[in-house]
Design a protein around this ligand. Structure first.
Ligand code: GUN
Length: 286
């Protein structure tokens, strides 16, 4: 039976560290501020934004919410981002995705100042990740790496398989595992013979968006299974991409949903916002 990787415990550990540093900065007269933009009233996005605001409060980061109506224009959104890019008390800017269809997500991301891009979605920041020289890492993959470290899970020389190739999770996840000396395979919707690849994985990361996509027959005995999925089942209950009750019998470690990767994403956002504040105030701190 697999050991549970407890995202609540690891995220608390990360947030405790952030909180201490935020307090130390405050004693030096430096505050840490995060702007959270939400456009429209998608219920899932509203929940994520509320959780991010709660986490800010818990670690002493000042959060400012900008809730814009569904019909907001590109011009209005870019004008807000420009204002926040120049606002001294704001160190990080997060625009909750997905945006309503009429808005251009790529253009929105490219207009956030890279030094305030605490999601690490800007092309400059993704480029830094590619060469292994970065300030911020995308919150979900970095949170997963933090969990592996906390549980002392070796990545060096291991076969890691990532299912999913999104810019937010799959691609950066592969890059971070590669930087930690894993041999990485990225699978996606067009991958042939998926099971043949996943059953060789020592570390299997599922970021697909489909309930019970990863079944026990796809998993190697003793594998570490990381579930990034956030799906709703037929009863409306939150569930991941992995058939947890069957896969936990085969894996050595497994993340649950909820309580696995989700809390880590938010903890990393807190860490990135702190990093942004330290960089922007470097002359005042040292
Ligand atoms: N939507 C789903 N995940 C994320 C995230 O990590 N950041 C932002 N900005 N939007 C998201």
């Amino acid at each position: 039976m697999a050991k549970i990787i407890d995202g609540k415990v690891v995220s608390q550990f990360v947030k405790d560290g952030v909180k201490k540093e935020v307090e130390a900065l405050r004693e030096k007269g430096v505050s840490v501020g995060l702007a959270v933009i939400i456009v429209g009233d998608d219920p899932a996005s509203r929940t994520y934004v509320n959780n991010k605001k709660k986490a800010c409060e818990a670690v002493g980061i000042i959060s400012e919410e900008y809730a814009l109506p569904e019909q907001t224009t590109m011009e209005e959104l870019l004008s807000l981002i420009d204002r926040l890019n120049h606002k001294k008390s704001i160190n990080g800017i997060l625009c909750q995705l997905p945006l309503p269809k009429h808005l251009d997500e790529k253009l929105v991301i490219e207009n956030i100042a890279p030094e305030k891009d605490v999601d690490a979605f800007h092309a400059i920041n993704t480029g830094h990740i590619m060469i292994g020289d970065y300030s911020f890492l995308p919150c979900t993959p970095a949170g997963i790496m933090e969990m592996l470290k906390y549980y002392d899970i070796e990545t060096c020389g291991k076969n890691a398989v990532v299912i999913g190739r999104s810019n937010i999770v799959g691609k950066p996840m592969a890059m971070l595992l590669l930087q930690k000396d894993a041999t990485v395979t990225v699978c996606h919707s067009k991958t042939a013979n998926l099971k043949e690849i996943t059953e060789r994985a020592d570390i299997l990361v599922a970021a697909v968006g489909k309930e019970k996509f990863v079944t026990a027959d796809m998993v190697k005995e003793g594998a570490v299974v990381i579930d990034v999925g956030m799906n709703r089942n037929s009863e409306g209950k939150l569930c991941g991409d992995v058939d947890f009750s069957q896969v936990e019998k085969k894996a050595s470690y497994i993340t649950p949903v909820p309580g696995g990767v989700g809390p880590m994403t938010i903890a990393t956002l807190m860490k990135n916002t702190l990093t942004a504040a330290k960089q922007q105030n470097a002359k005042r701190i040292f």
